[in-house]
Write a protein that binds this ligand. Sequence first.
Ligand code: NAP
Length: 259
Amino acid sequence: MDLGVKGRTAIICAASKGLGRACAEALAAEGVNLVLNARSLGPLEAAAAEIAHTHNVTVKSVAGDIGNAAVREALLAACPTPDILVNNAGGPSPGKLKNFTAEDWTKALDGNLRAPAAMLAAVLDGMAARGFGRVVNITSSVVRHPIDIQGLSAAARAGLHGLVSTLVREHVGRNVTINNILPGPFATDRLVSNFTFRAKQEGLSPEQALAARQAELPAKRFGDPVEVGSLCAYLCSAHAGYISGQSILIDGGAHPQLL
Ligand code: NAP
């Protein structure tokens, strides 16, 4: 299926690896030119070069913390008229409420709420004026299905979901959509670091904790980041103009719910 976005431009935040990188790959495979962001310059530039080479698209990179306003300005300067925005950031620290520091709160709110909010504010009117816009926010299944050590993540992301729910109707008549992807457990470095935390708590090795979790999952496997990339590309496609304000759980059936 041709997604109808060849030649369009996308900003993808937090995209040198993991789920953001998978979104970048999937959009590049459709001929979308990219501006990618991540904090570490080396891996970011390597990812940009690989994607450009593989998919024959233009890929620029802007290094820095997406929670920092100057980095967001640099991203928007590198891509002043994006057709597509994928909001993503590293996940907040796991832990217990009483142990979260002021710095933990600032980092979570800056990266997972204020940054996507600021990017939305910067791009929506221009997308509407141009008659095409697709925004996808990578959030987490934790918004629907709480995980007790992910309170910071749930708090910041629920805030973003609430904000998005107030924005959806403003520009959908101008072909601008905003949707959230809520990943369950996907095989990325983030997942491994979360299981390292859980393993310590349970007196297991990280490998034992990962194997135990996979065995519990209905799909008997973690998700492949490519699966998030494909969903993201479809939501950003020309065909998805009538899908907006949706929060799509992608978790291999891990979280029981009434359909
Ligand atoms: P990952 O494999 O660790 O990749 C994170 C990417 O984001 C890297 O490219 C990293 O590069 C970049 N990054 C991290 N913090 C950043 C920041 N403040 N500013 C700019 N770039 C930043 O993580 P992932 O699994 O893809 O997770 C992506 C998001 O999905 C996270 O918010 C995570 O909590 C959420 N999520 C993941 C899962 C899962 O199972 N994997 C499930 C639910 C939700 P640098 O380190 O160089 O910045």
